[in-house]
Ligand binder design. Structure first.
Ligand code: SF4
Ligand code: SF4
Length: 430
């Protein structure tokens, strides 16, 4: 598959100005947080506390009982009230641990800090595994996996691109914790066993580029790499091509690269230096459907309803609430879901009536697909319930970037059709 056949990437109005220069709101939920017992598709967890137990910020509450090791730490201090099923941003009901807040926010280190400079490579990789550091770019996949076999890695790419419209959470995290970013890059560099780290920032953020350049000036291995303001520049494949001029088949490691998100690097530094797990998240609440767009810093498990109230509510009664950004996020029909470790945005857009018309066969969806697919063909296979055709057309390679829907002049939700194809094929594989 050739990567850049058509434009395959697109300049999209960023709309970052709605939130990027506003102050961050630190928000503590009024009564309870709800910590989802899910990591990727894994819902098999051992709960380590009893109902009625007092917990602090940082107390270990649960860990995966199978699959990749992922612990869950409390994001607030208070009392464990048991588990209940609630709506999750994956659009499926999931078990959540409920912690009733005491409002004190007393904390304990989740684990002993570790001096990465004197620690061995094995100790560092074990450390991020036990600390529960997950990729914070959206996937929430355990970070240690990428660093477990770093043979032949030439470069580490730190992804600070944040290419989806509206989202400025990484921007605000880097602005407020730039020294943690530097330390995190040095730790991840040690684990990647490479000589150079490129911190990739969109050229439309000159202030951030200057800030990070100053912060890394005494570390010759850390370099800031401005990248074009196009979408999906933050996708690993596009970033590796842009920065290293290399392509790969399955994983960036085939091109001698590891890609980690900038906020993952920040979380790594906080874990090593302070024994702090990922218990809070920066979340961009933005879009024309919210009265007061801004970034909120909230404990993991905070309910979206409380966040929306803090942001002034909605601009009209008819809006679309999206878990994530407008391109890759999922529309959720209520506000009962919570911020989890992978949540970086809540986007609210005015509801647009479904005015889709018949396909014009213009090919724009194929021209712009960064995965080199023909989304219209996959959509047709979905309508015909033709699994063989869905597979043949490579539906599983879709990264759900949303560009096919964005570019469709007939307003067909092509992405949703390709998502359906992926779901059906994955069910079949199971
Ligand atoms: S959503 Fe999937 S099919 Fe559509 S353009 Fe993006 S990668 Fe291609
Ligand atoms: S972009 Fe829309 S109208 Fe054009 S071929 Fe694709 S689905 Fe059809």
């Amino acid at each position: 598959m050739s990567l850049f056949l058509g434009p395959m990437r697109h300049h999209i109005p960023g709309k970052k100005e709605l939130s990027d220069h506003k102050d961050i709101l630190n928000l503590l939920p009024k009564k309870e947080v709800y910590l989802p017992l899910i990591a990727g598709n894994n819902t098999n967890f051992n709960v380590l506390v009893q109902e009625g137990d007092r917990v602090k910020v940082g107390t270990k509450l649960a860990e995966t009982a199978s699959g990749f090791y992922i612990p869950i730490y409390s994001s607030v201090s208070g009392t464990y009230k048991g588990c209940a099923k609630r709506m999750h941003s994956s659009l499926k009901p999931q078990m959540h641990m409920i912690i009733e807040l005491d409002g004190l926010q007393e904390s304990v280190p989740s684990f002993e800090p570790l001096d990465y400079q004197s620690a061995t490579w094995e100790q560092c990789v074990d450390f991020i595994k036990n600390a529960g550091i997950v990729g914070l770019g959206g996937a929430g996949f355990p970070a240690y996996i990428k660093y477990s076999k770093p043979n032949g890695i030439d470069a580490l790419l730190i992804n600070a691109v944040e290419c989806e419209p509206y989202i400025t959470a990484d921007y605000k995290m880097i602005q407020s914790r730039v020294q943690d970013l530097v330390t995190g890059c040095l730790i991840l560099q040690k684990m990647a066993t490479c000589n150079v780290v490129y911190i990739c920032i969109k050229e439309s953020h000159p202030d951030l580029i200057d800030l990070v350049k100053k912060a890394v000036s005494s570390h010759s291995s850390l370099q800031v790499k401005p990248v074009p303001d196009v979408y999906p520049m933050g996708w690993e494949r596009v970033l590796v091509r842009e920065v290293l001029h290399k392509e790969y088949d399955r994983l960036p490691a085939e091109a001698g690269a590891i890609v980690s998100n900038a906020t993952t690097a920040i979380a790594t530094a906080q874990a090593f230096e302070k024994g702090q797990a990922i218990v809070s998240k920066m979340v961009t609440v933005s879009g024309e459907g919210v009265k007061n767009p801004m970034n909120v810093y909230v404990p993991v498990g905070t309910c979206v309803k409380e966040i929306m109230e803090a942001c002034g509510g909605y601009t009209s009664d008819s809006v679309r609430l999206i878990a994530g950004g407008p391109m890759m996020g999922k529309t959720v029909v209520n506000e009962l879901w919570v911020v989890d470790r992978a949540t970086n945005a809540i986007t609210v857009l005015p509801h647009v009536a479904d005015d889709a018309i018949a396909c014009l066969r213009c090919g724009k969806c194929s021209d712009h697909c960064p995965a080199g697919l023909q989304p219209v063909r996959i959509a047709q296979a979905v309508q015909a319930n033709n699994l063989e055709e869905m597979e043949k057309r490579g539906a599983l390679s879709c990264i759900e970037c949303g560009l096919c829907s964005y570019n469709c002049p007939s307003h067909i939700d092509v992405t949703e059709n390709v998502r359906k194809a992926k779901r059906v094929l994955m069910m079949k594989k199971k």
